[in-house]
Design a protein around this ligand. Structure first.
Ligand SMILES: CCCCCCCC/C=C\C=C\CC(=O)SCCNC(=O)CCNC(=O)[C@H](O)C(C)(C)COP(=O)(O)OP(=O)(O)OC[C@H]1O[C@@H](n2cnc3c(N)ncnc32)[C@H](O)[C@@H]1OP(=O)(O)O
Length: 282
């Protein structure tokens, strides 16, 4: 069954919708161009957009609101021209409170499901590094435009984390079963050129302006198309994955908690955090 279908009857409401901009201190800011109906959603959590519980909650809320406002497309990007998103906030995993840790993983599942299951077209404008959870956000979008000289990939295993089945599935869909298996297991990080070669991203751009043009070009390809047919086809392709994730979500949360609470993982995390700081001080 289709979870959400674009409703053409609601289009007249959208045509009256004007530009919406979130407050300047918001973790996620949204601008809707009232001429095109395209929303630019910018992740705003300095320094590296790491996914805290609060940031993920804002992402889910934003996508839900956009779904209700009948926009015609969305570009997801970062305030920083260096990091698109650094993945889960590592601090959420250091000696965590168990209830909050469960909430973090549940919200990551929600973030994946809401972004992956939008009825409107989505493009990730990857204007910086996108490891782990950052790559997840990009994979949820239909199309990916990446600026040169950054890295992207699911490097979870390098950090001692298992890649959950729903995220493996999204990677498989994007780069194919064989490559997904190899690179999820290895935790490969790709530079922009290699990400393009393997199909992890669809286009490269020299800088942000060019990337935005390419992103808008993708959205414009749907201008003359029936929004109903477009979104129905997308959701028919994606809804089963979302239903599968939802069926297994409790076990998935408990696996994550067990993974994170393992003492080897906690020790590894301390070393990893220190290595990030040492790299910075070099
Ligand atoms: C079925 C099984 C269930 C088990 C489930 C397992 C889960 C699997 C699925 C998804 C999992 C996702 C997990 C993650 O996302 S884990 C996070 C992975 N992220 C990373 O490894 C990225 C680490 N960061 C970097 O590599 C760099 O910071 C980079 C993003 C490349 C940016 O580099 P640069 O611009 O040079 O910035 P700095 O390194 O100086 O960083 C600035 C400060 O930000 C802090 N930082 C960086 N990343 C994070 C992060 N992810 N969380 C929290 N904080 C982060 C960094 O330490 C600096 O802090 P400070 O200024 O205090 O030193």
């Amino acid at each position: 069954m289709l979870r959400k279908i674009f409703n053409p009857a609601r289009l007249s409401r959208f045509q009256r919708t004007m530009v919406t901009v979130s407050s300047s201190d918001a973790l996620v800011s949204t601008e809707v161009d009232d001429k095109t109906g395209y929303a630019t959603v910018t992740l705003n959590r300095a320094p590296v957009n790491s996914l805290s519980l609060e940031l993920m909650t804002e992402i889910v809320k934003t996508v839900d609101e956009l779904e209700r406002s009948n926009i015609r497309g969305m570009v997801l990007t970062s305030f920083s021209n260096k990091v698109f998103c650094a993945g889960l906030d590592i601090m959420e995993m250091v000696n965590p409170d168990l209830d909050r840790l469960r909430a973090v993983w549940t919200r990551l599942q929600d973030t994946w499901a809401s972004l992956y299951g939008t009825s409107f077209p989505t493009v990730a404008l990857i204007n910086g590094h996108a490891p782990a959870g950052g790559c997840l956000l990009a994979l949820c979008c239909e199309y990916r435009v990446m600026c040169n000289n950054f890295n992207i990939g699911l490097n979870e295993t390098q950090l001692g984390l298992a890649v959950p089945p729903w995220l493996q599935g999204t990677m498989r869909q994007t780069i194919g079963t064989r490559e997904a298996e190899i690179h999820c297991i290895k935790g490969t990080m790709f530079n922009s050129q290699d990400a393009l070669k393997i199909g992890l991203v669809d286009e490269l751009a020299a800088e942000n302006g060019e990337a935005m043009q390419r992103a808008l070009h993708y959205l414009n390809t749907f201008k003359q198309m029936s929004p109903y047919a477009r979104s129905a086809t997308k959701l028919l392709m994606r809804n089963k994955d979302i239903e599968d994730m939802k069926r297994g979500r409790k076990e998935d949360v408990e696996r994550f908690v067990e993974n994170v609470m393992n003492s080897d993982f906690q020790n590894g995390l301390t070393v990893y955090l220190q290595s990030l700081k040492n790299r910075k001080n070099k």
